[in-house]
Design a protein around this ligand. Structure first.
Ligand code: NAP
Length: 253
């Protein structure tokens, strides 16, 4: 959608979501922003208001389906939502170490259930209006299971595949669906990575690429191309080859 009037963004208190909010903040636009950390969320909202946008906020946990649906309903009744960006997500445990049993469940609850909690309330509304756009933030990590991040990769694969099906289902109703697959972006999520991140980019640059892709209603907005090509190839190769390449890259061969 070229010029969405009302945009809802989850995970707007940090990283890519905050950069998207600030990029879209313009006079005449309504932004509905959510995240859990109220102080950071209000900081983003204040910067968006300075840029001229009308901003409503709610500090919510996207795992709470009822509370999220109620708020989405309130926002939509006041100003019909044109674009919803389901961006909130987590990787690994809170301490940034391995995917413990608890972390695995939290990752699925946030990245899969949380995205469903965000988009499902809008499906009947947008279908009925025959207008709207849904954007689901997945990752290139969803192209192939990688060591040490099985739940993250699987949750991102689920988001991507769900979005692809939804796009076909909603096209006859004039509703667009895009899946966003970034490579490494420099945010608090990746700050705790101990390894070197190839082709890492700043969130502002990622937000610009996402906005341009959404304006064209692109099915898949994946970037940067070299990271996408490598991850796509790893997913397409026979596992005996890709397992070997991954072991080689991680220095465990
Ligand atoms: N950074 C990367 O390299 C990268 C690459 C590919 C894809 N992605 C995806 O991009 C999205 C944004 O990530 P980011 O890098 O911007 O990470 P981030 O800076 O850690 O931001 C994550 C956002 O999600 C929110 N969030 C997490 N759990 C939540 C919950 N249960 N309820 C409500 N909000 C919740 C956080 O809110 P609070 O902080 O307020 O709790 C925060 O606003 C994620 O889906 C991630 O998987 C990131």
């Amino acid at each position: 959608m070229r010029d969405p009037h009302c945009i809802l963004i989850t995970g707007a208190s940090s990283g890519i979501g905050a950069a998207l909010a600030e990029l879209y903040a313009e006079p005449g636009r309504t932004l509905a922003l959510t995240g859990r950390n109220s102080a950071r969320l209000e900081g983003v909202a204040a910067r968006c208001r300075v840029r001229g946008a009308l901003v409503v906020t709610a500090a919510l946990d996207i795992r709470s389906a009822g509370a999220l649906a109620d708020w989405i309903g309130e926002v939509d009744s006041a100003t019909p939502i044109d674009l919803c960006i389901a961006n909130a997500g987590i990787a690994r445990g809170k301490d940034g170490t391995s995917e413990s049993a608890e972390a695995i469940r939290q990752i699925f609850a946030t990245n899969v259930d949380g995205v469903l909690n965000t988009v499902l309330p809008l499906l009947p509304v947008m279908r009925e209006r025959r207008r709207g756009q849904l954007a689901i933030v997945s990752s290139v990590a969803g192209f192939r299971g990688l060591p040490g991040s099985g739940a993250y990769c699987a949750s991102k694969a689920a988001e991507r595949v769900f979005a692809e099906s939804l796009r076909a289902d909603l096209a006859p109703f004039g509703v667009g669906v895009s899946v966003i697959c970034p490579g490494f972006v420099h945010t608090p999520m990746t700050d705790r990575h101990a390894f070197r991140m190839p082709l890492v980019m700043e969130p502002e640059r990622a937000a610009g690429i996402i906005r341009r892709g959404l304006a064209r209603n692109r099915a898949r907005i994946a970037f940067p191309w070299l990271t996408v090509a490598v991850c796509w190839l790893l997913g397409a190769l026979p596992p005996a080859w890709s397992d070997g390449l991954i072991r080689l890259a991680s220095g465990k061969s």
